[in-house]
Design a protein around this ligand. Structure first.
Ligand SMILES: NC(=O)C1=CN([C@@H]2O[C@H](COP(=O)(O)OP(=O)(O)OC[C@H]3O[C@@H](n4cnc5c(N)ncnc54)[C@H](OP(=O)(O)O)[C@@H]3O)[C@@H](O)[C@H]2O)[C@@H](O)CC1
Ligand SMILES: Nc1ncnc2c1ncn2[C@@H]1O[C@H](COP(=O)(O)OP(=O)(O)O)[C@@H](O)[C@H]1O
Ligand SMILES: [K+]
Length: 464
């Protein structure tokens, strides 16, 4: 499990935190703690199996030499192999403290337990062609492998693959999580992510998503105080119905489907209100008790859809934009959205995000830039989900159930979000993302999106 609510830092932020600490405490003491943390994690898995420790030229290698010495002192059979001489004073000191043999990486024989201390946050370019296959073979041949801080071959700030091996069993993040533990290739390359506190104080506006704290409705609650959600239906009514169902199951007091005709389907408690076009919707949205409007799931992209979207954008009410609404806005999204007087949430997947914003850089940085430019809160979905607020905060959810990769689950997320927005939850996005992921976990394998809302009740009960 990814540690919840844990700070996430870039390589540069981590280095700055380390350097601040080294002004008060010797670097080698900190590295000893890193070595001890690695030793503790490895010893749990190694039992009496022989261990191969790989050491690189930087401080990741320094941690590896420290761990090798401590593992040996604890009675383990330890061999060390390195690629190159230590290039930092701390790594050199740790090599001296190790004092044993060091073989060449290219000649290393596989052992049942492997410790990868080749490269960590200092990796700046793809692994040399020679190193990647040797590392991959040693990892594949080991029964268990643990990466120190990061699997060697991951870009720290983006999680991009720079030649990382497959099959690492666990990664021990030192001091704090880095984006690579949560994003992109890191999702499948880190194995189990463990976090070691080695006494480096870190502060960050970026954290992993944590379980929210929710409260049950008070004794004087009524349907409007719980939150009135309006979901706007479009060309594909099923999508809006799914979202409306999720809003209801996500705790909204009153959910209205603004629909073209009488229609059918959906829960009996769902209220239908007929609207023919954007003008009708604009009139309806003068109802001040509305706590959140959701538009976009199955909206379509024709003239009627444009009219509906315009009415929603012009309403002075909290607004959630998903699916086709995002595509209709396209590159003019920021210009439209920064004019809004009420708060706005966007829930794009990667394709929709790219249609609205420039897609350069790491996912967290990109999403924060887009949130700040458009003055919205953005849930940038995918196998890794990044939430960014206009204030520059980020929350990251990794490792949600991969069974979520089925049509309609995004509509359920949007509806869940609408319920939280209408209830006035100031952390609506993080709450919705947690509840959605928890509902998916409870739903088990091969669920359909229709089945997700029924698990929201259990997910909510775990937050009370
Ligand atoms: N500071 C501390 O005391 C503490 C630090 N900690 C530990 O230190 C780690 C960060 O250490 P680090 O900054 O020294 O970088 P590291 O990841 O070892 O790699 C740098 C070396 O790799 C080289 N290199 C880069 N890319 C390469 C490539 N593709 N192929 C080949 N070589 C390549 C690069 O060479 P250069 O780019 O300079 O040519 C340089 O020699 C961090 O993850 C954590 O484990 C913790 O113990 C806490 C205490
Ligand atoms: N492989 C995956 N692992 C975890 N979550 C996923 C994965 N694929 C998709 N998801 C999640 O499922 C939802 C899919 O939303 P979306 O792409 O909008 O689908 P749709 O438009 O069909 O509803 C998002 O919440 C996304 O984060
Ligand atoms: K490593």
């Amino acid at each position: 499990m990814i540690p919840p609510g844990a700070p996430i830092v870039t390589a540069a932020r981590m280095r700055a935190a380390e350097e601040a600490l080294f002004r008060r405490e010797p670097q080698l003491d900190v590295m000893e703690r890193a070595g001890a943390a690695v030793t503790g994690a490895v010893a749990r898995f190694a039992r009496s199996s022989p261990i191969l420790v790989l050491a690189g030229p930087g401080n990741n290698g320094g941690d590896a030499y420290a761990a090798a010495r401590l593992l040996k002192a604890a009675g383990h059979d330890v061999a060390v192999a390195a690629c190159g001489e230590p290039g930092t004073p701390a790594a050199r000191a740790m090599l001296e403290r190790w004092g044993g043999d060091v073989g060449a990486l290219y000649q290393a024989r596989p052992r049942p337990v492997l410790v990868d201390g080749l490269f960590g946050t200092g990796l700046t370019r793809p692994l040399e062609r020679g190193i990647a296959p040797v590392l991959a073979e040693l990892v594949a041949a080991a029964r268990f492998s643990l990466a120190i801080d990061l699997p060697s071959g991951l870009a720290t700030d983006s999680g991009a693959d720079l030649g990382a091996p497959r099959g690492i069993g666990a990664t021990l993040a030192l001091g704090a999580l880095k984006p690579a533990h949560l994003l992109d290739a890191g999702l499948e390359r880190c194995g189990q992510v463990l976090l070691a506190d080695i006494g480096i104080p870190v502060e960050s506006d970026w954290r992993t998503v944590a379980r929210p704290k929710l409260t049950a409705p008070g004794p004087r609650a009524h349907k409007y105080s719980r939150g009135l959600v309006v979901v706007v239906e479009g060309d594909m009514p099923g999508a809006a119905r799914l979202a409306a169902h999720a809003a209801m199951a996500g705790g909204a007091g009153y959910t209205i489907l603004a629909c073209r005709d009488e229609g059918s389907g959906g829960p009996d408690a769902l209220v239908r209100h007929r609207i023919a076009n954007g003008d009708d919707l604009a009139d309806f949205l003068t109802e001040k008790r509305i706590g959140g409007i959701l538009i976009g799931p199955g909206l379509g992209r024709d003239r009627r859809a444009e009219g509906l979207l315009k009415a929603a954008l012009n309403a002075d009410l909290p607004l959630i934009l998903d699916g086709d609404a995002l595509t209709l806005l396209g590159k003019s999204a920021a210009a439209w959205l920064q004019r809004r007087t009420a708060a706005t949430w966007l829930t794009p997947h990667a394709g929709e995000f790219g249609r609205m914003f420039e897609g350069n850089g790491d996912k967290i940085v990109q999403t924060i830039a887009a949130a700040s430019e458009s003055r919205t809160t953005i849930i940038h979905k995918g196998a890794d989900t990044v939430i960014a607020t206009p204030r520059g905060e980020a929350r990251v959810l990794a490792r949600a159930s991969s069974w979520l990769s089925t049509a309609g689950t995004g509509d359920v997320l949007a509806g869940t979000l609408a319920a939280q927005v209408a209830a006035g939850n100031k952390d609506a996005a993080e709450t919705a993302v947690w509840l959605h992921a928890r509902a998916a976990a409870l739903a088990g394998p091969a669920f359909i999106a229709d089945a997700l809302p029924m698990h929201l009740s259990q997910a909510i009960s775990e937050c009370l």
